[in-house]
Ligand binder design. Structure first.
Ligand code: AHM
Ligand code: MG
Length: 339
């Protein structure tokens, strides 16, 4: 055996997601193991989607299917595949009684009426980037149902409000694939090891820097932005901050979470409430950022405080380092961006 191999064997392989979840189960809001199972189900579907994302350039799976999703956007094959994979994993896992997906108009009943949880999910976010081999992601949000166990889930279960989330997170399919989540006890990150087929704990306690030097927004919408948003961005430029915008929310958010910065999707003429969806984009990313020490605002209040009314409603999103979000909010007139 070579010295290199001996050294490799001397190194512990690390903590798998599975083992971590088992150890931390007692910290979960309802320590019954069901939420743990849900996280495992999401991780399993994430592994499958990761495989498909990696194979996308090699197979004919890439490309538009010629269908549109409920928001009228061109649907890619991988969106369809990811949607199916997550719904199937959550159905087979048994703990989710219903799922709300960006790709589906109405909630999907899994048939698990005994399940105590509902999941809102954007199965593959940043779908316009699939065709060009740029990082994409999955975003998820978990609630404990408010309707009686044994019956079908209803709208009420999904429209509880962001503060009622019991867990939320995302998977980034990037240069490496990562699962980042919170159960309300800080934020943890796992990195996927392809050869072993496991997520390993890589970031036990993620904290966003209080400030940062990156702003991320689609500046092509500049002339649609409210004056206070333009003033804030002008300040960023005067301070020689860096503009970084992938156009994949998970990728932009993840970078700013680790290095400090602010992501903005303000209201525009085309999307007067902003483009991003509250239940499976705004809320979960707001929950994670608050747990990491950052802030998520709409311009008139915290994202997590928005009263939800519709499954696919949109909301402005200003999310990232607390100081930067505070600087933006300080410029906002009270009536600037109705939430
Ligand atoms: P999607 O859910 O249809 O993929 O749309 C959401 C995406 C985000 O990932 C990204 O931040 C944003 O839309 C980019 O929008 P734009 O091209 O208007 O800048
Ligand atoms: Mg999306």
């Amino acid at each position: 055996m070579s010295i290199t191999n001996e050294n490799a064997i001397a190194q512990p392989v690390g903590t798998t997601l599975e083992r971590y979840i088992m150890r931390k189960q007692a910290e979960f809001a309802f320590a019954t193991g069901e939420l743990s199972q849900l996280l495992r189900d999401i991780a399993l579907a994430g592994k499958i989607v990761n495989r498909e994302v990696n194979r996308a350039g090699l197979t004919s799976i890439i490309g538009a299917m010629g269908q549109q999703n409920v928001q009228g956007e061109a649907q890619q094959k991988l969106d369809v595949e990811a949607n199916i994979r997550f719904i199937r994993a959550l159905t087979n896992g048994g703990e989710a009684c219903a799922v709300l997906s960006e790709e589906e108009d109405d909630i999907i009943h899994t048939g698990n009426c005994q399940g105590k949880y509902v999941v809102a999910i954007d199965p593959l976010d940043g779908s316009s980037n699939i065709d060009v081999n740029i990082s994409i992601g999955t975003i998820f949000s978990i609630y404990r149902r408010v309707t009686p166990v044994g019956l079908e889930a209803t709208r009420e279960d999904f429209l509880q409000g962001g503060r009622k989330q019991v867990a939320a997170g995302y998977i980034l399919y990037g240069s490496s694939t990562m699962l980042v989540y919170t159960t309300g006890h800080g934020v943890v990150g796992f990195t996927y090891e392809n050869s072993l087929g496991e997520f390993f704990l890589s970031h036990p306690s993620i904290r966003i820097p209080a400030s940062g030097t990156t702003f991320s927004c689609n500046e092509g919408n500049w002339f649609d932005y409210a004056q206070y948003v333009r003033d804030f961005l002008t300040q960023c430029k005067q301070q020689r901050m860096s503009g970084r915008y992938v156009g994949s929310l998970v990728a932009d958010y993840h970078r700013n979470l680790f290095t400090g910065g602010i992501y903005l999707y303000p209201p525009t003429a085309k999307n007067p409430q902003g483009k991003l969806r509250l239940l499976y984009e705004g809320y979960p990313l707001a929950f994670v950022i608050e747990q990491a020490g950052g802030r998520a605002e709409t311009g008139t209040g915290a994202v997590l405080d928005i009263e939800p009314t519709e499954f696919h409603q949109r909301a402005p999103l200003y999310v990232g380092s607390a100081t930067l979000v505070q600087d933006l909010v300080a410029l906002a007139p009270v009536e600037a961006t109705p939430a």
